[in-house]
Ligand binder design. Structure first.
Ligand SMILES: [Mn+2]
Length: 299
């Protein structure tokens, strides 16, 4: 059902997306052993934008192979249907990501998928369960320490934010140009042995309008959560990972895998943390370098 929809929905005469069969697909990037993975109670990720060149697939694969959780929320814009319709782009790495998520659901992780605006075509499947992946319009999450969080993608607030619409501000074309530049900068940095660096994240912090927009958005979302009587809210959409408090209501944004490459996690005791995966990778590689020096010195 779902697979054939994808073929129909994304085909557009330029290509076909067929979802990988979790039992038969052989990933191009083999999965690392699940031994030694960091275990979390909950993981939230969003704004992966599969089907675009902007998606940092290698970092996301590394993340998925490094962590496990009882529950995983996919908080929207997982597949970029808008972009796929304009230009068909579906490399093996993107299939490998879909396969890894399906495989997790098979292994017993509760996977909840809340489609965003770029993958709104999946909203029509709200309430259905596909291969162990529950599709929801929004969700309520109870933390281990008894807080109730509302989980949604966050484009619901674009209408209220009309005066500062994110895409109106940067413009879709300018955004993709910047993402292209970001990619080239990082190809160069990789050759120089430097870690991943987000050009747009820096730009957003420098541009006054962007800073104002983000601050306003965070406040609007937190107020909406307060009206529903929950302790906090988890969203994505604006590609800016953040934790803030507004009159006692928690605002969490789990970031994205186009610019910052972040995830939000809940530990066993209910405490939560935003992970910056490029920094985690840099730390791990630094540790490995030091270990090899120790081994070399001992030899
Ligand atoms: Mn979005």
């Amino acid at each position: 059902m779902f697979g054939s929809y994808l073929e129909g929905g994304f085909g557009n005469g330029k290509g076909l997306v067929a979802l990988p069969d979790p039992d038969r697909h052989i990933p191009q990037r083999p999965e690392r052993s699940s031994q030694g993975r960091r275990k979390y109670r909950t993981i939230w990720i969003s704004d992966i934008h599969l089907g675009t060149k902007g998606c940092n697939a290698d970092l996301l694969i590394d993340f998925l192979d490094s962590v496990d959780s009882e529950t995983m929320y996919l908080v929207g814009d997982i597949i970029d249907g808008w972009r796929l319709k304009k230009k068909f782009y579906w490399p093996d790495a993107h299939n490998d990501i879909v396969w890894r998520i399906m495989k997790r659901a098979r292994r017993g992780t509760r996977v909840v998928y809340i489609p965003g605006n770029h993958d709104e075509m999946f909203r029509q499947f709200t309430g259905l369960n596909f291969g162990g992946i529950e599709i929801r319009r929004a969700a309520f999450h109870d933390t281990a320490d008894g807080r109730r969080l509302m989980v949604l993608h966050g484009d619901e607030f674009d209408a209220v934010m009309l005066s500062h619409r994110w895409l109106a501000f940067v413009g879709d074309a300018l955004y993709h140009f910047m993402m292209g530049l970001n990619r080239w900068v990082n190809v160069a940095r990789k050759r120089l042995g430097l870690p991943y660096w987000s050009l747009s994240r820096m730009a957003k912090h420098k541009v006054k309008n962007a800073v104002e927009f983000i601050g306003k958005y965070e406040e609007v979302v937190a107020r909406a959560a307060a009206e529903r009587g929950v302790d906090g809210v988890v969203c994505g959409h604006i590609h800016t990972a953040e934790h803030r408090m507004f009159d006692g209501v928690e605002y969490w944004n789990d970031g994205d895998w186009v610019e910052g490459c972040n995830a939000l996690v809940e530990h066993a005791d209910g405490s939560m943390e935003i992970l910056n995966w490029p920094e985690e990778v840099a730390r791990r590689e630094e540790g490995e370098r030091q270990d090899s020096h120790v081994i070399a010195a001992a030899a």
